[in-house]
Design a protein. Structure first.
Length: 360
């Protein structure tokens, strides 16, 4: 049984989900760093979530807006020991849009959070089996929010840039198609110039809102289990329990943060890939996050998730075309809706993605 061929089988892992833990979107992948030789890629995804709930007979309507996700990477070998990669992603995001005109307590509420990340990361091969890597991660972040039910509150946290770092190590054995890598990503601090208005306080002078995106650990593996067949998966831990967005005026009005989380999030994934012809391969994977069973924010009314991804890949010459279809079921959640406890049940999302890769 030959495992060597299994290394040529690329897996499409469509991480993006409307329900990935808290504001997580990309999973901050570094897969491009481990390609052999020169390599470049571009990816694009689109997610259509459906999230609705109710409280004492008042329906919220679908409050989760559609969104797109982009990524890109460039990897180059400098010599036999050193290589480096540039990785662009959109690590965090939020798209909330409660329909107007309903009698739900948060009718008309909106929230948009956007981010961009660029990681510059060299890799040093200690031997044929072991390597270490580490680099700098730059990130931009901005947010806009409106909550009519809270004194007609509106807030804008303007874009800010921050920097952190990434370090990790990998083990590989091409004879059995094995690649394991463990990566730590630091938290990144942002200081946002923030404009707020409300009925209670009026238009106040701008303030500074501190937002620190969380530290994380990614463990990822793949290994041959039969000729032309790979088993792959991973665990991602994100320190969301230390995250909060607390604009000055909003805290004065409510005595609370506008968004925070009680627990860290662990995301588990497991899948299998199979090369069907010399040029065509497919994969199937499952992603899972446990429900915590506690009240969650009205800006993210889901609790845990289970997702299924079908991946397809086609190679021709130096070009690699891959795509994925994801279906995710959101865990049922409860929120504090002022007049009672809202229930959000039977929600889901569909995502599609495509990636174009080029070896050189």
């Amino acid at each position: 049984m030959s495992f060597r061929i299994a290394l040529t089988l690329a897996i499409t892992f469509f991480y993006s989900s409307a329900f990935a833990g808290a504001l997580d979107r990309s999973g901050q992948p570094l897969d491009a760093l481990f390609h052999k030789g020169g390599y470049a890629e571009f990816s694009f995804g689109s997610v259509d979530p459906s999230v609705s709930g109710s409280v004492v007979g008042r329906e919220s309507g679908d409050m989760a807006d559609d969104y797109t996700q982009m990524g890109a990477a460039y990897k180059l070998d400098l010599n036999e020991k050193w290589s480096f990669a540039l990785v662009y992603d959109q690590p965090y995001g939020g798209n909330v849009k409660y329909p107007s005109g309903t009698n739900y307590p948060f009718t008309g509420s909106t929230a948009v959070l956007k981010s961009n990340g660029l990681t510059v990361i060299p890799r040093f091969r200690i031997s044929d089996r072991f390597s270490v890597y580490g680099g700098i991660r730059g990130q931009t972040l901005n947010a806009n929010i409106g909550i009519p039910a809270v004194s007609n509150y509106k807030g804008e946290a303007r874009q800010d840039e921050g920097f952190g770092y990434v370090v990790g190590a990998s083990v590989e054995n091409p004879e059995i198609g094995l690649l394991v890598h463990l990566t730590y990503g630091s938290s990144i601090e942002h200081k946002h110039q923030t404009t707020e208005t409300s009925t209670a306080l009026g238009a106040t002078p701008d303030s500074v809102t501190d937002i620190e995106t969380p530290q994380s650990v990614n463990f990822t593996f793949r290994t041959g289990v039969a000729t032309d067949t790979l088993l792959f998966g991973g665990i991602r831990w994100v320190n969301w329990s230390d995250f909060a967005i607390t604009p000055r005026d909003y805290k004065l009005i409510t005595k609370k943060s506008i968004l925070s989380y009680d627990n860290d999030v662990n995301t588990f994934s497991l899948g299998i890939g199979r090369r069907l012809t010399p040029n065509f391969a497919m994969s199937f994977s499952v992603g899972y996050e446990a429900s915590e069973g506690e009240l969650v924010s009205n800006l993210g009314p889901t609790d845990g998730r289970t997702g299924f991804t079908l991946g397809l890949r086609y190679e021709t010459g130096n070009m690699i075309i891959s795509g994925g279809l994801n279906y995710t079921m959101a865990g049922d959640a409860k929120t504090n809706a002022v007049i009672g406890t809202s229930s959000f049940e039977d929600n889901d999302a569909i995502g599609v993605g495509i990636k174009l890769g080029l070896r050189f």
